[in-house]
Design a protein around this ligand. Structure first.
Ligand code: ATP
Ligand code: MG
Length: 422
């Protein structure tokens, strides 16, 4: 029997990991610059955390969770997203008591959702996300959005579109909800069974339905923005003002609603507009979640965040034909001829590595020619060939592969020579 990776998962092979590492280092760097400190939470949590934190009526909770009972009979779920756990940790560790609010957190790690696999949609994927908990200032909404945009721009993406909306406050949502029910109820029979259930439970989610996306009633549905209370409208106006000051172009889409239940006020998505990106164009989604901290058992504290998957970021890079500048360099390859030379090679590369010089040699008894070819394939900057005469002289010709230039260097000077020239 031949084993395969489970459906919806993938191996990231050595040829691809350097790209991942490059993206991860950009993420780490920007998290530092914007001051979002990394938090690491468990891969699984109590199931109830997600039922409460993500919301019972969401696709995630209803259809996508990997839930299991452990041997002690507790219901646990592999995390499908990062916000619920970050907020749980915020409450559990009483971070609301920190003198410096908002608490700005970032995370990166695998998330799990039982979804139908397609390009850009996997059952295990890596999300980077941030949460700013403890501020209801529109300036922080703009900061969070600008961090997300900065990430995509730093990796080199150009075909980007930022779409924002306001989901308003409780009052807004209640008025809009009634309008939605009036709008959809007479024809709800034409919609999928999910939407029929959503009508009573959470009609806003009908607007996010993937199956009934093209139903004519979707386009004429009452827009949230028409139901914004005065203070919500004002808040939204401020967010837009800050975005303008930061020089971040945006579009307002009155039908943008996010997949998770806990959002209010600012909601946003960043899409790729690159040709050939395929059906799924959303790279990043986020928004404000005043009320979530309370739902998870904490005090009344507002928050905002976003999440993006690395997989979709890499797909967007591919769609735009952008190669990340990844250095996978080998500083020196040591070719050894004979057992004595091999011992010397092992000693030399160990002294190189001790100084941070990347070095490699042959371990499968190849002939000199094959070793040279190997050095070439690995992209070694320098090559040295150690044979009898080199051992006698305690010196070796260091060949720079690109130029073909050679220079004779005593063994004991090699480390310094390489440090100066690599
Ligand atoms: P979608 O509408 O594409 O299903 P969503 O609303 O479920 O997205 P969120 O839960 O907001 O997405 O997740 C935020 C981001 O995480 C998405 O914009 C996307 O980059 C990424 N993401 C979500 N689900 C997947 C997945 N199954 N595979 C890869 N990336 C994903
Ligand atoms: Mg989804």
């Amino acid at each position: 029997m031949a084993f395969k990776v489970p459906r919806g998962t993938q191996d990231i092979l050595p040829e691809q990991t350097s790209k991942w590492q490059k993206v991860e280092s950009i993420l780490r760097d920007l998290s530092r610059v914007y001051r979002y400190k990394e938090i690491r939470t468990p891969i699984f949590e109590q199931t109830e955390l997600f039922q409460r934190g993500v919301g019972d009526t969401t696709d995630i909770v209803q259809k996508e969770m990997y839930t299991f009972d452990d041997r002690g009979g507790r219901s646990l779920t592999l995390r499908p997203e990062g916000t619920a756990a970050a907020v749980r940790a915020y409450v559990e560790h009483k971070m609301f008591g920190n003198p410096d609010q908002p608490v700005k957190l970032s995370y990166i790690g695998p998330m799990f959702r039982y979804e139908r696999q397609q390009a850009g949609r996997y059952r295990q994927f890596v999300q980077y996300g941030v949460e700013a908990i403890g501020s209801a200032d529109p300036a922080i909404d703009a900061e969070v959005i600008s961090l997300a945009m900065d990430i995509y721009q730093t990796v080199g993406l150009k075909d980007l579109k930022l779409v924002i909306n306001s989901l308003g406050d409780k009052e807004t949502r209640a008025a809009h909800r009634t309008a939605l029910i009036n709008h959809f109820e007479p024809s709800i029979g034409e919609f999928c069974t999910d939407c029929q259930n959503r009508l009573a439970k959470n009609p806003l989610r009908i607007l996010d339905c993937k199956k009934d996306h093209d139903h004519p009633l979707m386009k004429t549905a009452p827009a949230l923005t028409d139901y914004l209370t005065e203070s919500s409208a004002q808040y939204f106006g401020q967010v837009k003002k800050y975005l303008e000051v930061l020089g971040i172009p945006y579009e307002v889409d009155p039908n943008l609603v996010r997949g998770l239940d806990y959002y209010n006020h600012t909601a946003f998505e960043i899409m790729s507009t690159a040709d050939g990106f395929g059906a799924i164009t959303t790279l990043c989604g986020g928004g404000r979640y005043n009320g979530l901290v309370e739902d998870i058992g904490g005090p009344e504290v507002p928050g905002i965040g976003f999440a993006m998957s690395i997989e979709r970021l890499l797909l967007a890079l591919e769609a735009e034909g952008i190669e990340l500048d990844v250095k996978d360099s080998l500083d020196i390859y040591v070719v050894a001829i004979g057992d004595e030379a091999k011992l010397k090679s092992a000693e030399l590369i160990s002294s190189f590595r001790a100084k941070g010089i990347s070095a490699d040699m042959d371990y499968v008894d190849r002939k000199m020619k094959a070793q040279m070819k190997s050095a070439d394939r690995l992209g070694a900057k320098f090559v040295i060939v150690i044979g009898e005469s080199e051992l006698e002289e305690s010196a070796v010709n260091v060949k720079e592969m690109e130029s073909g230039n050679q220079e004779k260097v005593p063994f004991h000077d090699l480390v310094n020579y390489l440090l100066e020239n690599k």
